[in-house]
Design a protein around this ligand. Structure first.
Ligand SMILES: Cc1ncc(COP(=O)(O)O)c(C=O)c1O
Length: 475
């Protein structure tokens, strides 16, 4: 593919974009139960208009675009208040949950360098349910992740294990509100007390839960404490582009006070160029996500969010009851909000995901761990509320279809796993992929066999395999 010598008519361009889009799953019909957070057409239009208004403005320099400074500060203030922080809470808008988490870890590392210089090999303690972004941050910033188990019944972090994992090198504790995989909130007050006892920083990842849980609490639902009202919590990440229903590219990182946030900011004036000052990872950044977030907070207001949150929570309740009522399926743990996962001892859930996909639904496969079975993840959002009954009806049928299917050939799975474990070279990976009928430059339609193999392999090998596959896919 080359840049066309002459520009193409815009009608042709949009027609082609539409054609490409037609291959995606239909999120507008509420069929995608992950990745997408749809507040409805009217609200989405407001976000879209605000987004477009600030598409070109650059938040890199608040002296040139003071509007963006104002909008960012107001977004942060609104969320700080929602999360029961006082006027000392500060923060920034970032490009997503991952960036917020990267910054929380980098800030902790730099805080420790300044305030605990005796720590030469910093560590953070996190439950296995914490998001992979913390492992990415650990890799990027040279902080060792010390992973502790969760309770296999409740999926909540094992606080005793966290306590035992603390060493003289520990700088940061991490917990989720809730974790993505099973939607349960960790025991934040107990972990906060642990952080205070040991003089550690404590980051609460409320990327998915910050907004939804806070409005649930305001409406009187039972919600475990997870925000700045909990002593010991020093920073919180909250995504606007998830259950804030803003456009993608928008999260926030909040700190209990400015003394800590100082370690987040980077400045460099020693080049021939302009003096660079970046409060976050990105330097040039569009004003669009900030304006979109500001617009939706103001457009929906507390009333609008409560309306959405109530509808989503009610749909989640019906869905969980409906899934638990299907013979052979069961929801894991006791989810605290509108995301959860379910498993089965009698039906292959990877095949079930494929069967649902054939019917136009996306349910997200998650692998087993030593403490949890393989399962399918479901994130309910406002756009999926009308599709609950249709999803349950198809799920009931799909379970019966899968029951009658032969499972992925165990002999083939075993042979592939053995070959990869013995020699995980790029050549073996390529051979295995072609054996499984997978062309590396195309996306596979059926994932059950691949998931079966991946689930049986050690994590490090899965990571290698996926890196190899993606390295070829984006070609
Ligand atoms: C709990 C949690 N934290 C962090 C992230 C990372 O957010 P993002 O995908 O916006 O980078 C996610 C994403 O799903 C999440 O669920």
């Amino acid at each position: 593919m080359l840049i066309p010598e002459k520009g193409r008519p815009k009608e042709e361009i949009f027609a082609e974009l539409e054609r490409l889009k037609a291959r995606d799953l239909d999120w507008k019909a509420g069929r995608v139960w992950a990745y997408v957070y749809n507040p409805g057409d009217e609200t989405r239009e407001v976000v879209s208009q605000a987004y477009t208004m600030f598409l070109v403005e650059n938040a890199l320099d608040p002296t040139v675009f003071p509007s963006l400074l104002r909008l960012e500060v107001e977004v942060v203030r609104m969320l700080a208040d929602l999360l029961r922080g006082d006027e000392n809470v500060v923060g920034n808008v970032t490009s997503g949950g991952t960036e917020s988490i990267l910054l929380a870890v980098k800030t902790a590392r730099d805080w420790a360098r300044a305030e605990r210089p005796e720590v030469k090999a910093p560590e953070m303690v996190l439950p296995m349910t914490a998001h992979a972004a913390f492992h990415k941050a650990a890799r990027y910033f040279g902080v060792r992740p010390v992973v502790v188990p969760f309770h296999p019944e409740t999926y909540r972090a094992d606080v005793d294990a966290m306590r035992k994992a603390i060493t003289e090198n520990t700088i940061l504790l991490v917990a989720s509100a809730p974790c993505y995989s099973q939607g349960v909130v960790d025991p934040i007050p107990e972990i906060g007390a642990l952080a205070l006892e040991h003089g550690l920083l404590f980051h609460v990842d409320a990327c998915v839960g910050g907004i939804h849980l806070s409005f649930l609490r305001k409406m009187g639902y039972p919600v475990p404490d997870f925000d700045f009202s909990v002593p010991g919590v020093t920073s919180i990440s909250v995504d606007m582009h998830k259950y804030g229903y803003a456009a993608k590219g928008c999260s926030t990182i909040l700190y209990r006070d400015k003394r800590l946030r100082r370690y987040q900011i980077f400045a460099c004036s020693g080049t021939t160029g302009y003096a660079l000052i970046n409060p976050i990872v990105l330097s040039t950044r569009s004003g669009a996500p900030i304006a979109g977030a500001w617009a939706i907070l103001n457009y929906l207001g507390e009333e609008g969010y409560c309306r959405i949150v109530r509808a989503v929570q009610e749909a989640t309740r019906r869905l969980i009851e409906g899934i638990n009522a299907i013979e052979g399926l069961r929801v894991l743990g006791q989810p605290d909000m509108c995301m959860f996962s379910f498993t089965s001892d009698t039906v292959n859930v990877f095949q079930l995901a494929d069967e649902m996909r054939r019917r136009g639904w996306y349910l997200q496969p998650q692998f087993s761990t030593p403490l949890s079975p393989r399962n399918l993840h479901v994130s309910v959002n406002y756009g999926t509320v009308p599709a609950v009954d249709a999803l349950l009806a198809d799920l009931r049928e799909a379970v019966e279809v899968v029951r009658r299917m032969p499972p992925p050939d165990p002999g083939l799975v075993q042979a592939v796993v053995a070959a990869l474990v013995e020699n995980p070279s790029p050549e073996t990976i390529a051979r295995v992929l072609s054996l499984a009928g997978i062309r590396t430059t195309e996306l596979p339609e059926e994932m059950a066999l691949i998931n079966e193999v991946l689930d049986a392999l050690p994590d490090e090998l899965v990571d290698q395999l996926l890196i190899h596959y993606f390295n070829d896919l984006y070609a």
